[in-house]
Write a protein that binds this ligand. Structure first.
Ligand code: PLP
Length: 394
């Protein structure tokens, strides 16, 4: 058989995470700052609720019903009201298989092959893979590294062309940890509205802003242009449940949900919908989320204290949100990010993720996750210190 494949599958970039995990698999005692999985298990009460439902209701093992989905969408709408100050109609919300499922459905519903989409560089690598599958043309707009990875509005305006259909914003950003200020959000809103574009907003880390958080969704006029993708993965430590959701104006949502998402997955797993209902309907969900926030706040201090002492090896900006650091490698000029990460595994036994998968601006950067226990961070940095001192960079 001569295998041949669709063009859309030929050049899908990989995020680098799997590659580093495979690379490190041959070592027994590596410490990982690689993964973006929260260090906490899903709150126990959510498991208990789901087990109880499964015991008493055989429908838990069947396709979800509109009733069950609406129960969850109603809770999501209430959550929006608390966070963003408005309550969406149920026709403006749809469930998805993780945030990633919602993003893919959105890209497929809105972008024709060749349509341009602005991507703030660096951002979340999975977006780049999905946009390749959607055959959209990614226009990279570099963030300003020396200003803490802020948006470059002049460059953004220059990059908008007749084929531009959407701006994609991850806020807080993975991997830079940038959080937009109210003024920046307002300036971005003006640009979106002036050019009549879609704003596709990935707010997977909305709960994890260490600064005051202002979402584009708080600007009423902008909502007709905005599609917002969110997830239970990080907020409730539910990465494995694969459940997220999309907000969009009804007309747009209908396309995303009923012309695309239904045919990608029918719906998220019924059991995951029950889990998400437990997460949002019981005060213990928000308590757990606040607990995670406080732990991440502490881990951020721990990792930044250690990074501050490594200024011959790395330069970095303190993240304002999410749980990643995105330092630039100093020295080792002959090494790209991938080779540097491999060297760090070989010599320091610490896993980090090469930054170039986040976009061209991530060249010579690495991503470190601080979604890890403080003592693991301290231990990993003891090893990195030793590595730096071997090269006279401590
Ligand atoms: C910015 C961003 N968006 C979306 C996701 C995907 O989340 P989910 O598990 O909901 O698919 C992640 C996961 O790391 C992320 O970092």
């Amino acid at each position: 058989m001569n295998y041949s494949f669709a063009d859309r599958s030929l050049n899908v970039p990989s995020s680098g995470i799997g590659m580093m995990m495979r690379y490190a698999a041959s070592y027994s005692d590596v410490l990982s700052l690689g993964q973006g999985t929260p260090l906490f298990p899903t709150p126990q009460y959510i498991y208990d609720y789901v087990s109880e439902q499964a015991r008493k209701d055989p429908a838990v093992g069947q396709y979800s019903t509109a009733n069950l989905e609406n129960q969850l969408l109603e809770l999501i709408a209430k959550d929006f009201e608390e966070i963003y100050g408005f309550k969406p109609q149920l026709s403006e919300l749809a469930l998805s298989v993780g945030g990633v499922g919602g993003l893919m459905a959105t890209f497929l519903a809105l972008l024709n092959p060749g349509d341009e989409i602005i991507y703030f560089d660096p951002s979340y690598p999975i977006h780049l893979s999905q946009l390749e599958i959607a055959q959209a043309k990614v226009v990279f707009v570099s963030l300003k590294e020396d200003e803490g990875w802020k948006l470059d509005f002049e460059l953004l305006e220059k990059s908008i062309a007749p084929k531009t259909k959407a701006i994609l914003l991850t806020n807080p950003n993975n991997p830079t940890g940038t959080v937009l200020s109210k003024q920046e959000v307002e300036r971005l809103a003006d640009i979106v509205l002036k050019n009549d574009l879609y704003l596709i907003l990935d707010e997977a880390y909305q709960f994890l802003s260490y600064e005051e958080f202002y979402s584009p969704l708080m600007i009423e006029d902008l909502r007709k242009n905005t599609i917002c993708i969110k997830s239970f993965s990080k907020e409730f430590a539910m990465t494995g449940w694969r459940i997220g959701y999309v907000y969009a104006p009804s007309e747009v949502l209908t396309k995303i949900a009923f012309s695309i998402n239904t045919y990608l997955c029918i719906s998220p797993a019924t059991i995951a919908i029950h889990g998400a209902i437990a997460a949002l309907s019981d005060p213990r969900g928000k308590e757990a989320m606040n607990g995670f926030y406080n732990e991440f706040l502490k881990s951020r201090e721990v990792i930044c204290n250690r990074m501050d002492k490594l200024n011959k090896l790395f330069s970095y900006s303190k993240p304002q949100g999410a749980y990643y650091l995105f330092p630039k490698i100093k020295g080792f000029e002959d090494l790209g990010a991938i080779d540097f990460c491999k060297k760090l595994v070989d010599e320091a036994k610490v896993i980090t993720i090469p930054g170039d998968s986040s976009g061209p601006a991530g060249k010579r950067h690495i991503r470190m996750s601080f979604a890890a226990k403080s003592d693991l961070i301290e231990k990993a940095f003891d090893r990195i210190d030793e590595f730096a001192s071997k090269y006279d960079l401590l």
